[in-house]
Design a protein around this ligand. Structure first.
Ligand code: IFM
Length: 459
């Protein structure tokens, strides 16, 4: 059964008068990522990435979809930025495709860099604040051929890439994020194999995570040196784990779920250590950590990006771990993910209590997928409107409990390539017809725009 939501939440976007959303300094924007929208995978010297390889491997991506064309943003970027500003978005989170801007020897690719420079200059002219992620999963394939993130050398190559980008684009970026969701890169890319490069070994996963985080710490040093005015941070996906089990071990199972999903990333960044419980779950997977690594990883951050989507119900597996058990009778998105706004509030409040050095937070992704259709030129995405209303209320509740949240980016600006799910799942507030590349703002986009106009008009 799908629980009905009050009509007002589905049809209007009107936060309560005391909501943080009305604060003009609370940034509202939309997010995308390079591989998911750009296309043009072999133009202007772009090298193959692990996602090109993964997509070309039969059975890895739904319907055999690839990012070869995606939203054709590489050719349509000017119109897309006009669309973004017509929606009155105040912030835009995008990512740079590493394989577009550096050749195999680490030399700059001028054409690829020019693409991002032009884009960022245009955003600056439009007064839109830019959050730029350096790594949103598209590792150059030649680095994977040498072991990818399981090879420590990749962390140093990543720092060189960060150094180049922050020299080339200094002054154009408001906030740099080193990595997007290292959890997904490590756990899906090297653990389950559901994402590129499709490796499947828990030892690889923990070692890859360590090198991702090391690369992050090294990159922060370069970013700060080259672009001192920009904010520097990282983006972590977090998941709420709860249990409907009644035993003591079920509570522990829910904790372990969060250790595995959240603390695995946040503890090294904010406490300079890995959670020991992780290695109780996965005995024998401790990564090789060299002297000084944790100091590099734990470098202070200007902000932490949080991506939140859903809650997972778990019970004890009868041994030392947990197993996932789907709850019945809950509202789910096109991804099958439970809609659970309280999870966002609870996690934010929990992080605020757990980490005394928690930096200011931006919600760098939150949103929902639905099977949206254009009917008479309109897209009525009321489930998304309701989702956004409820999750923004959860953010507001966390702020009222003392959490320093400074902004929120809707995932995503437009429908795009949803990784292993190809083009079937639609996360955008703008509909994309992939046959014609026609963009149609959905009702959610129209309502958020109206809200931003109202907010801007306030004294
Ligand atoms: O599309 C992805 C995005 O690239 C990373 N965070 C989750 C989104 C939805 O799955």
């Amino acid at each position: 059964m799908i629980h009905a939501t009050p009509a007002s939440l589905e049809e209007t976007f009107s936060p309560p008068a005391d909501s943080v959303l009305w604060r003009k300094d609370f940034l509202l924007g939309a997010a995308t990522a390079a591989y998911q929208i750009e296309g043009a995978v072999d133009e202007d010297g772009r090298l193959p990435s692990i996602w090109d390889t993964f997509c070309a491997t039969p059975g890895k991506v739904l319907a055999g979809d690839t990012g070869a064309i995606a939203c054709d943003h590489y050719h349509r970027w000017e119109a897309d930025l006009d669309l973004l500003s017509s929606l009155k978005m105040e912030g835009y989170r995008l990512s740079i495709a590493w394989p577009r801007v550096m050749d195999q020897a680490g030399k700059p690719n001028a054409k690829g860099i020019a693409f991002y420079r032009n884009l960022l200059q245009r955003l600056k002219q439009k007064g839109i604040r830019t959050f730029v992620t350096l790594y949103h999963w598209d590792l150059p394939q030649h680095l994977e051929d040498h072991g990818g993130w399981v090879n420590r050398d990749t962390a140093y190559r990543f720092a060189e890439y960060a150094d180049l980008m922050s020299r080339e684009l200094s002054g154009l970026v408001d906030a740099w994020a080193t990595l997007n969701e290292p959890w997904c890169s490590a756990a899906h890319g090297y653990g389950s194999g559901h994402h590129a490069p499709g490796k499947s070994d828990p030892v690889y996963a923990t070692q890859a995570m360590h090198h991702l985080l090391l690369g992050h710490g090294l990159a922060v040093q370069a970013l700060r040196a080259n672009d001192p005015q920009a904010q520097v941070g990282i983006v972590a996906n977090v998941g709420r784990g709860t249990t409907n089990g009644k035993g003591v071990n079920d509570q522990r199972a829910a904790q372990l779920f969060e250790v595995q999903h959240n603390n695995w990333v946040l503890d090294p960044l904010l406490k300079k250590e890995y959670p020991l419980a992780l290695f109780e779950l996965w005995p024998g997977t401790e990564p090789l950590v060299l002297k000084g690594d944790m100091e590099i990883i734990g470098v202070p951050l200007d902000f932490l990006g949080i991506n939140y989507y859903f809650r997972t119900n778990v019970v004890s597996d009868g041994k030392h771990g947990y197993r996932e058990v789907d709850l019945l009778d809950v509202e789910r998105t096109q991804m099958g993910w439970e809609v659970y706004p309280d999870g966002l509030r609870d996690l934010l409040v929990g992080f605020h209590r757990t980490y005394p050095n928690l930096p200011p937070i931006y919600i760098t992704e939150n949103g929902t997928a639905s099977d949206d259709k254009v009917v008479d030129g309109q897209v009525d995405d009321r489930a998304r409107i309701s989702f956004l209303n409820r999750h923004l209320a959860a953010v507001d509740a966390a702020v009222k409990q003392g959490v320093d949240v400074r902004g929120y980016f809707i995932w995503s600006l437009m429908d795009n390539f949803e990784w292993a799910f190809g083009y079937e799942r639609r996360f955008g507030i703008v509909h994309v017809d992939y046959a014609t590349q026609q963009r149609t703002p959905k009702r959610s986009a129209q309502l958020v725009t109206q809200f931003l106009e109202r907010r801007k008009a306030l004294p």
